[in-house]
Design a protein. Structure first.
Length: 363
């Protein structure tokens, strides 16, 4: 278990790197999360600037969602998640349901809301996210005794549709490499294809994390953009902090060395991937640039994340164990890898069964 008790009513989660303080208010017992120990201790000490104000039992759904986003989600989730939830609330949930009193919200109103969003053209997977957000916020209201039961329990959410994962074969990767050779896209494309890096990890790579002599590349930071604002953050999960050996990757080392020789300063904090003018590209600029190249060259549509999938596909086809693929990709567990790449490991399972059957039959 990753959560360890530090003192009475205070625990630390070593995996999520968050502090959990158990608070009481009006006879209610509830848990809040904090990014630092000092914030958690201030909350336990009862300082008003750290303790949330629970809405009353006759509040509206809009008031409850606003509280939940500000005092719960903002403390516990990544900024990208908070940004997505805020947009979902502002553009969809609050205009449709926000004025309804929490105690008067019915399963039928939520069910009709989900159907309306589907009719408006939102995908089942997107509408499912709306349901998950509502369900999570309302379950907290039940735990804090603001609601007796959550109406989402009796709502039928849309079924999740499997998203098709696009990936390239080794031959297609070579065609893409030729298309981006000696361009700004060459390095990010090869970092994704050879190492399976996420886009945010590519954008967050600094020279202090690259040791060309030792043949090592470390993933320590991620850089993304949310609402037009650049965000620097730790990698996605604890296991995403990883060190990758690149000694045998001569093509990638060659491109990295060329980028090293072109760097503008000797500052080890300088970004590895730069535009011709010496500034770091925005994440979306890499995505759009890649889409433009594959369209011009008549290649199948693919993103940097698709190249990460391509890495997993090639590794699996070469017999690399799932455990090693998972560690290289920086997944939090092998189950995450298995769920994402079910189709790949189904093929591996078929090959395994065929080999075993052949050995038995030929004995």
């Amino acid at each position: 278990m990753s959560r360890k008790t530090i003192q009475k009513n205070l625990a630390y989660d070593t995996e999520r790197r968050l502090y959990y303080a158990v608070l009481r208010k009006g006879g209610r017992r509830y848990t809040l999360t904090f990014r630092t120990k000092d914030e958690a201790l201030e909350a336990l000490a009862g300082r008003p600037n750290t303790i949330c104000r629970l809405p009353s039992g006759d509040c509206t759904l809009g008031e409850w969602i606003t509280f939940w986003l500000k005092d719960v989600v903002a403390r516990d989730r990544a900024e990208s998640t908070l940004y997505a939830y805020r947009n979902m609330a502002r553009c969809h949930i609050l205009p449709a349901l926000g004025k309804i009193r929490l105690s008067e919200l019915t399963p039928l109103q939520i069910q009709n809301y989900l159907y309306e969003k589907m009719d408006q053209g939102l995908s089942p997977n997107t509408v499912l996210k709306h349901y998950v957000m509502l369900n999570t916020a309302l379950r907290l209201a039940v735990r804090l005794e603001v609601l007796e039961r959550t109406p989402t329990d009796r709502v039928l959410p849309p079924k999740k549709k499997e998203v098709q994962i696009n990936f390239y074969s080794p031959e297609q990767l070579q065609m893409l490499f030729s298309a981006v050779e000696n361009t700004m896209l060459e390095l990010p494309v090869k970092l994704a294809a050879y190492l399976g890096l996420r886009r945010s990890e590519i954008c967050g790579l600094r020279w202090e994390s690259v040791d060309l002599d030792a043949g090592l590349l470390s993933i320590r930071e991620a850089r993304t953009e949310i609402g037009g604002v650049e965000i620097l953050k730790p990698p996605k999960t604890r296991t995403s902090n990883r060190r990758l050996g690149i000694t045998g990757l001569q093509d990638l080392r060659r491109v990295l060395l060329r980028a090293w020789e072109r760097r503008r300063t000797n500052d080890p904090r300088e970004w590895v991937v730069l535009r011709p003018d010496g500034t770091p590209p925005k994440p979306d600029q890499l995505t759009q640039g890649l889409l433009t190249v594959v369209r011009q060259k008549g290649l199948p549509r693919i993103s940097l994340h698709g190249l990460r999938h391509s890495f997993a596909s090639v590794a699996n086809s070469q017999g690399v164990p799932m455990f090693d693929i998972s560690r290289t990709l920086g997944h939090s567990s092998m189950s995450v890898t298995s769920n994402i790449y079910t189709h790949l490991f189904d093929e591996t399972e078929t090959r395994t069964l065929t080999v075993v059957a052949r050995a038995i039959e030929e004995a």
